[in-house]
Design a protein around this ligand. Structure first.
Ligand SMILES: [Zn+2]
Length: 363
């Protein structure tokens, strides 16, 4: 039986009928003449491809940086979560089993440390970076693992400086490498120098020393060179890694993010400053970005970086994943960044429901 959403309202196109069958999109047309189970949503409901959160902690075994995938996934309007290195090669099988039982789609950026975030200085011991363990994991789960993750900041790498990144570059094969940046060492220029097209810097608007900008707020020359090579920028909000001031200055300098992700886990979901994807998207609207830009950064852009053309898009043959949301208006909403700075809006993005593989879940 076909499912038909009549007159779906998009952020970047005129209304169309969306037709789904067997978990996929089968037609997107102005007036679908065929028959099926029909639904029409209210005029103010937007429909986008299902949201993809490229940086989460969706492997629930290692507190504090962990969460149940469905709690940070479909229940918040996110149809796909990517675990950014909570899990390493030693636990990938357990994670894969869990992913198969979840409603939310789940993928992995495999931590280059085989033990993942079972400890938070996971790259301080180079013997934990095993090329053979990573290769075995990539061979075993070639679709589940969409890339590698290396957390390159002082508390993680100990005295190893840039060495873990050099080792990651030697074993990443064709997959993208997501690199977390934070306090030095290693220094940011040395990190950027190693990255190539398709690699991803997460925490791109972090407000720490050793971030992507000079003290005057200008983009580093090494950042511009990395951007020219095709290195992508991911927001990765997190507890400590998103500054309104840095983001505003960055956008003035035309350093535009590619993807919007949360770096969400149990505590920063419950206590902030992250809360959920909708809050993070609304903060990006507060920066002055358009709704179209924001939605692309949580759909098409992350899918492209993951090398997937069957999610993040509403086209025939793709998986029937959709997020339904409103831009709800009110008097005033306050949004907090990782430094306690506040921005106000008179609107916020409110997710209402999702489709995952054609199955409907109301929030
Ligand atoms: Zn993270």
């Amino acid at each position: 039986m076909k499912q038909i959403i009549r007159k779906a309202r998009f952020v970047d196109d005129k209304p169309k009928d969306i037709v789904m069958a067997d978990g996929k999109f089968v037609a997107i047309v102005e007036n679908y003449a065929g028959e099926g189970e029909e639904v029409t949503f209210e005029d103010d409901v937007y429909i986008s491809s299902g949201w993809i959160d490229l940086h989460t902690h969706a492997f629930p075994s290692f507190p504090p940086y962990c969460a149940e995938p469905d709690e940070i996934g479909y229940k918040t309007g996110v149809t796909t979560v990517v675990d950014a290195g909570t899990c390493g090669a030693d636990h990938i099988e357990a994670f894969y089993q869990l992913a198969n039982k979840s409603i939310t789609r789940i993928f992995s950026f495999l931590n280059i440390s085989r033990v993942g975030l079972s400890r938070t200085d996971e790259l301080s011991d180079l013997s934990l970076i095993s090329a053979s363990a990573i290769e075995h994991a990539l061979d075993s789960y070639p679709r589940f693992i969409v890339g590698l993750k290396a957390r390159m900041s002082a508390s993680v790498v100990g005295t190893n400086n840039i060495q873990p990144l050099l080792m990651a570059k030697a074993i990443q094969q064709q997959k993208p490498l997501m690199v977390h940046i934070g306090s030095a060492p290693p220094c940011i220029d040395a990190i950027l120098h190693e990255l190539r097209e398709g690699d991803i810097i997460t925490h791109c608007y972090n407000g720490k020393a050793n971030n992507l900008f000079t003290e005057e707020g200008k983009p580093l020359l090494s950042l511009q060179a990395a951007r020219d090579r095709g290195v992508a920028l991911d927001i990765g909000h997190g507890t400590e890694s998103f500054s309104f001031e840095v983001a505003e200055q960055a956008l003035r300098e035309h350093v535009q993010f590619d993807t919007i992700s949360t770096d969400i886990y149990e505590r920063n979901k419950q206590q902030g400053p992250v809360y959920d994807m909708a809050s993070t998207l609304t903060k990006c609207l507060a920066l002055g970005c358009s709704l179209k830009t924001v939605i692309q950064a949580v759909t098409e852009a992350p899918a492209r970086l993951m090398g997937r053309d069957d999610i993040g898009t509403i086209k025939v043959g793709a998986k029937a994943d959709l997020t339904l949301f409103k831009l709800e208006r009110g008097r005033s909403y306050s949004w907090i960044d990782s430094h306690g700075a506040i921005r106000q809006t008179t609107y916020h993005i409110k997710p209402l429901a999702v489709y995952i593989g054609g199955n409907y879940f109301e929030l």
